[in-house]
Design a protein around this ligand. Structure first.
Ligand SMILES: Cc1c2[nH]c(c1CCC(=O)O)Cc1[nH]c(c(CCC(=O)O)c1C)Cc1[nH]c(c(CCC(=O)O)c1C)Cc1[nH]c(c(C)c1CCC(=O)O)C2
Length: 344
């Protein structure tokens, strides 16, 4: 029996859908008053991630408001270090923190019990697939090994991930083992999300842009390729979006090297280069989130430039990174209306 038609699934399988389907990275978040209200009730941010009732609710909020073509599971990439017992906490106004890991800590990492600790997140995925409209794609996700490792090594966010880069130069073999470990744990997590009902998954490599050429191959491409190989070996046909933020020219062979179905583009990727990348397959992106904050002409011009350059090929309309808390929800309505009104 053929399943329901989901536009983002169609694009991931190589089709051109006109107008292009749309969702936004961080579409559930602090720019929405209803999110802030649920967040206040839930306790800590991790409590929100591990409570299926609240996590389902905040995932659905932007779908109800805007009718996006995809819902993305509400969780965080840092649940992986959390279940690896790194003592993750989200301090209001300071971003995420955890116990920094050292050589001895890496040698002691143990994947035992990881999936059972993530059971509430998988329960959220199952409930979402039941509650979402048939035509809405459900996206699961996780962080890429490099990006997750940067937080594990520094113990917090940094402007350029100097601690992880330095650690990798000083301990190259151990660092590769850490990335392989994270790749294998994360692949199992993605397989479990797919089994729970995710139609596709996105791998977020938010810090790919701080890597030199050789390090990009070793720390961004290789572990993500390993993850995708593992997921596809277990679940043939699994649909995967890989988003390597700030990767620039390194994106040229990223799709081929990782075997992702679609690649995500940040707003610094020139549209002329995006056109080249789209010749090899589906792309996702790449509106500057600040255009959504600005609204008006800045928003309209940014949308139109993307639609003109990329709207007649396989495109998932999205931002070039997550929407920010300052964004006006009314500007998001304007964005959705304009993309849906596109006629080639
Ligand atoms: C690097 C990264 C993280 N988390 C994530 C990434 C990769 C994407 C990116 O680069 O933005 C991914 C993420 N984080 C969140 C989602 C949920 C789904 C969605 O709506 O996109 C997703 C997909 C919720 C969240 N994750 C976080 C929030 C805000 C927490 C709050 O409500 O107080 C949300 C809605 C917290 C978080 N989580 C993280 C940071 C650095 C922060 C603090 C910065 C901030 O506060 O915005 C780690």
């Amino acid at each position: 029996m053929p399943g329901p038609s989901r536009k983002i699934v169609d694009v991931l399988e190589g089709k051109t859908v006109t107008p292009p389907p749309i969702w936004l990275m961080r579409q559930a978040g602090r720019y929405l008053p209803e999110y802030r209200e649920t967040r206040a009730k839930a306790g800590s941010f991790l409590d929100l991630c591990y409570s299926p009732d609240y996590a389902v609710e905040v995932t659905l909020q932007p779908i109800r408001r805007y009718g996006f073509d995809a819902a993305i599971l509400f969780s965080d990439i840092l649940v992986i270090p959390d279940v690896l017992k790194r003592n993750v906490r989200f301090v209001q106004g300071e971003g995420p923190q955890m116990d920094p890991i050292d050589v001895a800590g890496i040698e002691k990492l143990d994947a035992e019990g990881v999936l059972s600790h993530l059971a509430p997140v998988l329960e959220t995925v199952r409930r979402l697939r039941r509650e979402l409209p048939e035509e809405t794609t459900l996206l699961g996700f996780c962080g890429a090994p490099w990006t997750v490792a940067t937080y594990m090594i520094a113990g917090h966010g940094t402007p350029d991930q100097a601690p992880a880069r330095l650690f990798a130069y000083r301990n190259p073999d151990l660092f590769l083992r850490l990335l392989d470990f994270l790749a294998d744990v994360s692949a199992e997590y993605l397989i479990a999300q797919i089994d729970a009902g995710a139609d596709a998954v996105q791998i977020f490599d938010s810090w790919a842009g701080v890597l030199g050429e050789r390090e990009f191959k070793a720390y961004a491409v290789r572990p993500v390729a390993r993850m995708i190989r593992t997921v596809r070996a277990a679940r043939p046909g699994a649909r995967i979006i890989a988003f390597a933020k700030g990767a620039g020219m390194n994106l040229r062979s990223y799709r081929q090297d990782t075997d992702a179905n679609a690649i995500g583009l940040d707003w610094s990727v020139p549209l002329s280069f995006a056109v080249e990348l789209q010749k090899d397959g589906p792309i996702q992106g790449n509106l500057d989130p600040m255009r959504v904050v600005a609204g008006g002409q800045a928003l309209e011009e940014g949308i139109d430039a993307i639609l003109q350059a990329l709207g007649n090929g396989p495109l998932i309309f999205n931002l070039g990174h997550g929407i920010t808390p300052e964004a006006d929800p009314a500007h998001v309505s304007d964005l959705v209306r304009r993309v849906r009104g596109y006629m080639p």
